[in-house]
Design a protein around this ligand. Structure first.
Ligand SMILES: *[C@@H]1O[C@H](CO)[C@@H](O)[C@H](O)[C@H]1NC(C)=O
Ligand SMILES: *[C@@H]1O[C@H](CO)[C@@H](O)[C@H](O)[C@H]1NC(C)=O
Length: 354
């Protein structure tokens, strides 16, 4: 047990893990000093996981609110739904990704390229060569940090560990093979290839797809803490592919505000309507966030001022004009509020608010 940063004294959530490297350092006081060198990298990785979560869910009813990132059994409230699964996977992927990238950049003395397969035949016409990103290193170290946050032995803990692993598998599975040609004047008779990390965005997009296909496991009923039920939990999870995201509970209704669960509901959220560059998912956001949640869409116009028609004057100044652009934005509002805005004091109040 001396070899892992065991969280015997404190069990920080991934959020605190990401907030400051000091809290990670505190966490590590219980572990060997050797792990201190990774703490800033772990914190940066957890942070990038959270940012990616916010990006991927920007136009979803659930939009990765801070509250959801408190993953430890804080206040006895620990959800185990599809969204919890995503948060674990993306955070664990972020930590592994950043550790691996730091390693490739030479930030750690004890790690470098993965050249373990160099010289071996990789496939038809190509050999392993060059500097592959050392995901093995990132995987091992991130496992030590992130999985250590899970102290229980119940179904929830098993679910979280499974999704942490799915996050790490996502990093490995999205790596890209990059090759260089060799041979007379670039004839490419042989190639050497290595594996590179993709952009982290790609890992996020991949995990979002997995999120939509997440599997529900029925383990909460009558699951005690006996050896028998622990065995049943282990058996169930080992039969599921490590790539899959897994959850135990259904998600609550994210349309509605629920203070107990820390949910804000979709009232007041912005959505997107027109625009050439919008994806299908974005184009349907007003329907998903407002209409299907029993809310109306309200159009609000605003003026934006920005620099434009910039000209270069000899020599050496750039002068710009101030352009005003009208922008239209859309927001979800309660239906009765809109209807009432026809007359009376309510409308004036509403206008001022807008
Ligand atoms: C690892 O990279 C992150 C940003 O990508 C950086 O903030 C952090 O300081 C790096 N860690 C080390 C030990 O260099
Ligand atoms: C909030 O969620 C809890 C748990 O799902 C539920 O029991 C409760 O009725 C909800 N409250 C409201 C106001 O919807």
């Amino acid at each position: 047990a001396r070899h892992s940063p065991g969280p015997s004294a404190v069990t920080p959530s991934l959020l605190t893990l990401s907030l400051s490297s000091r809290s990670v350092n505190n966490f590590l006081m219980t572990g060997p000093k050797a792990y201190l060198i990774y703490s800033s990298s772990v914190a940066a990785g957890a942070q990038s996981g959270i940012e990616e979560c916010k990006f991927q869910f920007a136009w979803d009813r659930w939009n990765c609110p801070e509250r959801a990132l408190q993953l430890s059994s804080h206040g006895g409230l620990r959800s185990a739904n599809r969204e919890t699964a995503f948060v674990h996977a993306i955070s664990s992927a972020g930590v592994m990704y950043t550790l691996t990238r730091n390693c490739s950049l030479g930030d750690f003395d004890n790690c470098g390229c993965d050249d373990s397969r160099n010289g071996q035949l990789g496939g038809q016409g190509w050999l392993w060569g060059g500097c592959s990103d050392n995901v093995g290193f990132g995987e091992a170290i991130s496992k030590q940090f992130v999985d250590a946050l899970e102290t229980g032995q119940d179904a929830r803990a098993a679910m979280n560990l499974h999704n942490n692993e799915a996050g790490r598998k996502a990093v490995k599975g999205t790596m890209k093979r990059t090759c260089k040609c060799h041979g007379v004047s670039g004839s490419c008779t042989t190639q050497t290839c290595w594996l590179q990390l993709p952009e982290f965005r790609e890992v996020g997009t991949y995990l979002k797809e997995r999120y939509h296909k997440a599997l529900k496991v029925d383990l909460l009923q009558g699951a005690g803490n006996s050896a028998a039920s622990r065995g049943a939990i282990a058996e169930t999870f080992s039969s599921i592919s490590k790539k899959e995201l897994v959850h135990l509970e259904d998600s609550p209704d994210y349309c509605l505000e629920n203070k107990t669960l820390g949910l804000l509901g979709t009232e007041g959220r912005e959505c997107l309507k027109r625009g050439k560059a919008l994806s299908k998912w974005e184009k349907r956001s007003c329907r998903r966030l407002c209409g299907d949640c029993g809310l109306a869409v309200e159009e609000r116009r605003a003026e934006m001022v920005s620099s434009c028609n910039c000209k270069f004057h000899w020599c050496c100044a750039v002068r710009c004009e101030q352009c005003r652009k009208r922008v239209t934005k859309y927001f979800c509002v309660r239906k009765e509020k809109r209807e009432r805005s026809g007359g009376g004091g309510a409308s004036r109040k509403l206008k001022r608010k807008l």
